[in-house]
Design a protein around this ligand. Structure first.
Ligand code: PLP
Length: 226
């Protein structure tokens, strides 16, 4: 477990190395499985952006915490949970199919929300992961750009786990160049890349991440209980 200032310093160093402005990298503190008290401690140190991957946890924690926290939903989206997810988080990182995209847009319209949406790309084409394949993403972007009740802000990925950082870097490069390509072909702006977790956020920053999702490095290891 690292402290918040240490992570902020590391973000700073990675930005310098990549000649990037640190204001262009948002740290999302991923608090999944962690109690409200742990979140409060980081809040008191100034952290305002938190991420959860399950609606139930978001529903339990958000009412118990200050209302100026910006919640990011980063987990797999079940369509019957979209209404509640949108009522609690303005940022959705994990739209992984056209069906979910359509449903988010429809429900946002009904409820008067305007969520900021990332399309998740299954960058390493893993069977176990959701997300659009590289060859599907163009069409999905085109569709998302046509929807009026959401704002398409960028692409998100979770590379396959690897001990080889250069493999992970290659995945980050791939999604960044996919984004560049789509921006050109659609004359559209996709400003954000949500990528990088505790083990690889430095590389993600070097490769252009604007939103890093850091859990265990900030909160300590997670203990899952079934
Ligand atoms: C859990 C999770 C993270 C954070 O992972 P750490 O390795 O603990 O930093 C990031 N992104 C997603 C989508 C997650 O589910």
């Amino acid at each position: 477990m690292t402290t918040l200032p240490e992570i902020q310093n590391q973000i700073d160093r990675s930005c310098k190395k990549a000649s990037r402005n640190k204001a262009d990298v948002s740290l999302i503190a991923v608090s999944k499985t962690k109690p409200v008290e742990d979140i409060s401690l980081l809040y008191e140190k100034g952290q305002r952006t938190f991420g959860e991957n399950k609606l139930q946890e978001l529903e339990e924690k958000s009412p118990a915490l200050p209302s100026d926290i910006e919640w990011h939903f980063i987990g797999r989206i079940q369509r019957n949970k979209i209404r509640k997810i949108l009522s609690l988080s303005e940022w959705v990182h994990s739209v992984d199919s056209v069906k979910v995209l359509d449903a988010v847009n429809r429900i946002a319209g009904e409820e008067g929300h305007h969520p900021k949406v990332f399309l998740q790309v299954n960058i390493d084409e893993e069977d176990s992961k959701g997300g659009f394949l590289s060859e599907e993403i163009e069409d999905a972007v085109e569709k998302a750009l046509s929807l009026t009740h959401l704002e398409l802000v960028g692409l998100m990925c979770i590379p396959s786990p690897s001990d080889n950082q250069e493999e992970t870097r290659a995945s980050f490069r791939k999604i960044a160049s996919l984004r560049d390509q789509i921006e050109q072909s659609h004359q559209a702006s996709l400003p954000y890349l949500s990528m990088g977790m505790s083990g690889d956020y430095e590389i993600a920053i070097e490769e252009g991440a604007t939103h890093i999702r850091v859990g265990s490095a900030l909160f300590g290891a997670r203990t899952y209980h079934p």
